[in-house]
Design a binder for this molecule. Structure first.
Ligand code: ZN
Length: 432
């Protein structure tokens, strides 16, 4: 006989009238939650004779696992890479705002910076759970500075570094500490990178390949040593060539060790990646696709003019550009933007500039579905299950299995976010 003493008497919430994403399909089932975790209703009924204390009527919504953004540089006027004594305030501000886009956890991302910035910023961004205060922080994604100067994109050349034959010691000199780091993007063709890839992987830090001119063989070697992700596929890497497909070739490589999956980030905002390229990647390797926003400071700001640091930025639609440019220039920027190596084109231009992505995660999910023609379930899993698997946290995140965290996003049939829950608690809802 089960002892009722061992059973929690915490309130039970039953989500009714919903379609739950579970086992890769939308299922008409209720969802039961207690103490922030998803309950097995059969166990509840038969072992505990339990019942719901409260009900949430989902009104026919799709209920998906909360979205996870593994690459976001900032937003709403905040740049995570700007050193200050209160970086956490900026991270918290963005964490709160992205709830409305269905994001329940994320990896604040730092672009290539001098060691002094890493030493100041990294210790301040600690992993923590989400809640009313905002989306959870899963650790920092450090993009650079060990990347290729040929594919530096938005990253400032003067801060790029190589491994000076000391491997991890060079990396630790730059970062100071790996305590809050969950992912590192590096270029695997850099001399000395092999030992770093091996060491980071063995410490549980996800290694991502990007901003790189690596050939396929170098990329495959890095994967064999533990690398498991590709940073914004197609952008800032060699274009696909049939005799040497470069990093892109990892999607169909036969040198991926058994039981391993290589995941790849895609910025599906309709600007960074041509829909045909998106379809090629998805059809070649659907289970590895991870949607990322790669959002910058201007993401989330309303249309119009904004002062960001030393610049005045004007936002129109999904384009952000330096104020003062004419609409005609904006159109040409939009054309530029459809090239694969977007950031190199834009950021390197310096004065004409502009920004990387200002798309939000829910936008990327909608666009990915529409551009790829994939099923609703696939679009949602690319923003939830796959990033959780990539980070090795799919026991608790990215799934709605029994025992998982009740981080939920409720969506209408067009995949617009209606409300967001973290640990079973409503943290954002659309006002009618
Ligand atoms: Zn990048």
């Amino acid at each position: 006989m089960p002892s009722n003493k061992s059973v929690s008497d915490a309130p039970i919430v039953q989500f009714i009238n919903c379609r739950i994403l579970r086992e890769h399909t939308l299922q008409r089932e209720d969802l039961w939650v207690r103490e922030g975790k998803i309950l097995d209703p059969l166990k509840l009924f038969f072992d505990e004779q339990g019942y719901a204390d409260t009900r949430v009527d989902c009104e026919g919504s799709i209920v998906a696992p909360g979205f996870i953004d593994t690459q976001i540089n900032g937003g709403y006027g905040v740049d995570f890479s700007l050193p200050s004594d209160d970086v956490d305030a900026g991270v918290s501000f963005v964490a709160k705002k992205i709830l409305e886009h269905g994001v329940t956890s994320f990896c604040p991302t730092l672009v290539t910076s001098p060691p002094s910035v890493y030493h100041k910023v990294l210790p301040q961004i600690k992993a923590h759970s989400g809640g009313q205060h905002g989306a959870g922080v899963l650790g920092v994604h450090v993009e650079g500075p060990f990347i290729s100067s040929e594919k530096k994109g938005a990253h400032l050349e003067k801060y790029l570094r190589s491994f000076q034959a000391r491997g991890m010691a060079d990396l630790m000199e730059a970062y100071g500490s790996l305590d809050n780091v969950t992912m590192v993007t590096l270029a695997p063709e850099l001399a000395g990178s092999q030992s770093v890839v091996r060491e980071l992987s063995s410490r549980g830090v996800t290694v991502s390949l990007g901003h790189s001119v690596a050939n396929l063989s170098q990329a495959e070697e890095a994967v064999e040593l533990g690398a498991s992700f590709i940073t914004h596929l197609f952008n800032a890497m060699l274009p696909f060539h049939h005799r040497d497909p470069g990093i892109v070739g990892l999607l169909t490589s036969d040198r991926i060790p058994a039981g391993r999956t290589v995941y790849y980030g895609m910025i599906a905002d309709g600007i960074h990646t041509n829909p045909a390229a998106l379809r090629i990647a998805h059809r070649a390797h659907p289970s590895g696709l991870v949607l990322v926003t790669d959002a910058i400071t201007a993401m989330g700001l309303p249309p119009g003019r904004h002062t960001l640091g030393q610049q005045v930025i004007e936002i129109q639609g999904l384009h952000a550009y330096v104020a003062g440019l004419t609409p005609l220039v904006s159109v040409s920027l939009a054309l530029f933007l459809s090239f694969p190596d977007l950031k190199a084109l834009i950021w390197c231009s310096g004065t004409t500039t502009l920004s990387g992505s200002i798309a939000t995660m829910d936008m990327c999910v909608r666009h990915f579905k529409q551009a790829s023609g994939c099923r609703v379930e696939e679009a949602l899993e690319a923003a939830s299950l796959h990033p959780a698997q990539l980070l090795g946290i799919s026991q608790t995140k990215g799934k709605l299995d029994y025992g998982a965290d009740a981080d939920l996003v409720l969506l209408d049939d067009d995949l617009n976010v209606k409300s967001t829950f973290i640990s079973g608690e409503k943290v954002w809802t659309r006002t009618p």
